[in-house]
Design a protein around this ligand. Structure first.
Ligand code: WT7
Length: 675
């Protein structure tokens, strides 16, 4: 973090803000605490009553039951439902039939003479299309419940359509972020054993065409389970490689599917898997988190109301990419289940002009805005005039997600975007949780806003902050954040992590016996949680999770590299960025471009999001006598901080070298500042 959101600093900041805007909401911490206490005391009844707000094909018989593997739970056992039904069929029977479900805006051309590409899809149209695509999947591709598919899709309406069509059939999908490389893609496709890979010819970003099909072609060489690539023509590229035995065009498959087909939504078990989403951890291999159907639907439905205060009048915009869990939950399934209008945009926040986002808010009259601190910090560097020239008065509620929000970013959202009228929250959750678990709850109108905090745990959610020994710390003391009780939306049956029940248990439950989030946090006297950042070897780069070990193992896989140490250092915009130190193999002569070569290697193996800020070649890394890399020392050195106790260090010259690398870089940055 550029500004550490220390509790003291942010509290002082709070005192400076007049919170009268909120007082009309009858806020009371005591009232909230009572309600929260009651929800935990009657835990199962509480969640049953929330779950009963949904429409079930068959009511559940039991709220919660242990699964076959340790720490895997079954929620709403015996209940049957379908998310495509809840997102579509339910609404088309009501006044929402002709309401806009999705507003989509393609990336604008640089020259303003070209018309903007916009699609506004009503609930009825979306329902029709999803039925046709579900039909296509079932009858032309032979997909059935329990089969797996992979989506490598950019931000176009076909992505939610594919997700909803798969959900309709009970086909388990994994959506791989379109910025991932071919190798990251094939690793995920193989882990899941996907039968089909859906992708586009390409998509637009910052005026360029990203050729997704080329990347998919490369990935698929190592994917024996994939029968076909289904290509959605986003651009109409004529020069993509087409293998007639393996590739099919989506529009050609869809062409003769009648407009009025109806595919009965599968009556899925609450415990059936909806999707698998891969996320980084502390080892090299990404973790495939299984998402159930019933628990997930319940947490999304509840949080859309409690946190986003969603109503029929809202134009709701979450600026994430659908490739991340934020997009799965709060662009697609959550808002559509609520019958809201959800906005999707293709492209980048600052292209063709740095005011693209504010222009979107103005043009569509966005009322609820869900974004990230990283995006805010990037905008803060630019002139506020980009914001001020647009009318943002429709906005009534703002939340952020992905990392702690630093005071100046909070203030910027509150003052400049919300014009001091709107609550600004920082919703805490993670890929594993499925939905938001710690947040202010404007929809419940009960909790006073405390800037910079995540807020109290939601009703029905019990969290605790523990010390090393697993004992709860006092309020105001930093410790490890755990979730004490199971929650709807948690990693689902059968194994929590796809194919890896032992790893699921080891990663999350072995340390404290409760679900360990990996985060440091503080609980204050009001029971508000302040998540401070990761306590493990996971970095949050621009809000995205990158495991240092994942980067290190990618680096040592390069033919020149013998050893690597990767640490995170603060970055003004991205919050944190990786820096790598590598030791080359003896005898190799890499030439002067080794850094560029290694950066390129990482882009190929993982994707641009993992690109280290710097890669330093050193002759040795600080190690203990038993040969373990002393990451603590590397990290201190990378930050230009004192290294502390290094009596266990094998060779002190390693320290000097990294120190020198740091100093050289600091000098370089200083010089760059002056020019
Ligand atoms: C990690 C999870 C699911 C949201 C997108 C990120 C950090 C997330 C906050 C917040 C402080 C936050 C935590 C968490 N995080 N939201 N509001 N305040 N930290 O999902 O990639 O699975 O990352 O993001 O460190 O563990 P993710």
């Amino acid at each position: 973090m550029s500004e550490n959101p220390s509790i003291k600093e942010t509290l002082d900041f709070e005192e400076r803000i007049v919170l009268s805007e909120w007082s009309h909401r009858n806020c009371s911490v005591a009232e909230y605490q009572k309600m929260h206490g009651d929800s935990l005391a009657k835990f199962e009844n509480f969640w049953a009553s929330i779950a009963n707000e949904l429409e079930w094909f068959k009511p559940f018989e039991k709220v919660l039951e242990p699964g076959e593997y340790p720490n895997v739970y079954k929620w709403f056992v015996g209940g049957r439902l379908n998310l495509s039904y809840l997102c579509l069929d339910r609404h088309v029977k009501t006044h929402r039939k002709n309401k806009i479900a999705i507003i989509w805006e393609g990336e604008p051309a640089k020259s303003s003479n070209e018309p903007l590409e916009v699609r506004q899809i009503s609930y009825y149209e979306l329902w029709r299309l999803v039925n046709r695509v579900a039909y296509l999947m079932r009858h032309k591709l032979g997909l059935k419940k329990g089969d797996r598919i992979a989506l490598y899709m950019p931000m176009i309406p076909e992505l939610p359509v594919l997700m909803l069509a798969a959900a309709r059939l009970g086909v388990i999908f994994t959506q791989v972020f379109s910025g991932f490389s071919s190798e990251a893609l094939s690793a995920r496709v193989n882990d899941l054993g996907a039968r089909y890979l859906f992708t586009t010819d390409g998509y637009y970003r910052r005026g360029n065409i990203i050729r997704t099909k080329d990347i998919a072609d490369k990935a698929i060489k190592d994917c024996p389970t994939v029968e076909k690539i289904v290509v959605i023509r986003r651009i109409g590229l004529t020069d993509i490689n087409i293998d007639n035995n393996r590739d099919v065009f989506f529009d050609e498959l869809l062409k003769d599917v009648p407009y009025n087909v109806y595919v009965e939504p599968e009556q899925l078990e609450s415990t059936d898997a909806l999707y698998v989403i891969y996320t980084s951890g502390t080892t090299g291999k990404p973790k495939g988190i299984i998402r159930d159907t019933g628990g997930y639907a319940v947490i999304l439905n509840a949080t859309m109301k409690w946190i986003f205060d969603i109503t029929d009048e809202d134009i709701y915009w979450c600026t994430a990419d659908i490739g991340w869990v934020t997009g799965h939950s709060y662009i697609v399934f959550g808002p559509l289940m609520s019958g809201a209008t959800t906005l999707i945009f293709e492209g980048a926040p600052d292209y063709p002009e740095p005011d693209r986002w504010w222009s979107i808010i103005e043009r569509y009259g966005v009322t609820i805005f869900y974004t990230s601190p990283t995006a805010v910090r990037a905008f803060m560097r630019l002139s506020p005039d980009y914001v001020k020239k647009h009318d943002l008065s429709t906005i009534r509620l703002i939340h952020s997600v992905g990392e702690p929000i630093n005071p100046s970013a909070w203030k910027w959202l509150f003052e400049l975007i919300g014009n001091k009228r709107c609550p600004v929250g920082s919703t805490w959750w993670m890929t594993e949780t499925g939905g938001i678990l710690i947040s202010h709850t404007p929809g419940l109108k009960l909790v006073p806003l405390k800037p910079g905090t995540n807020g109290p745990p939601l009703p029905g959610i019990e969290v605790e902050v523990l010390d090393e020994e697993g004992k709860p710390v006092k309020s105001g003391v930093k410790g490890y954040l755990v979730i004490k009780k199971p929650w709807p939306g948690m990693p689902g049956p059968p194994t929590g992590m796809w194919g890896e029940p032992e790893r699921y248990n080891e990663v999350y439950f072995s340390r404290f016996g409760y679900f360990f989030t990996g985060d440091y946090a503080i609980k204050d006297n009001d029971g508000y949680v302040w998540v401070l950042g990761r306590s493990d070897e996971v970095l949050k780069v621009a809000g995205h999770r990158i495991g240092t070990y994942e980067l290190e193992s990618t680096l040592v896989a390069h033919p020149y590299v013998a050893e690597a140490a990767v640490v995170g250092v603060p970055d003004e915009i991205k919050g944190e960025v990786p820096i790598a130190y590598v030791v080359l193999k003896t005898g190799v002569n890499p030439g002067p471009n080794i850094q560029t070569e290694l950066k390129k290697w990482i882009r190929e193996k993982i994707g641009a999001i993992a690109d280290p800020k710097n890669i330093f070649v050193v002759s040795r890394l600080p190690k203990t006598r038993s040969g373990k890399i002393m990451r603590r020392v590397v990290k201190a050195l990378a930050l230009g901080k004192p290294v502390g106790d290094i009596t266990t260090l094998e060779d002190e010259s390693a320290v000097e070298e990294i120190k020198a690398a740091y100093e050289a870089l600091a000098k370089e940055l200083e010089a760059a500042k002056k020019t």
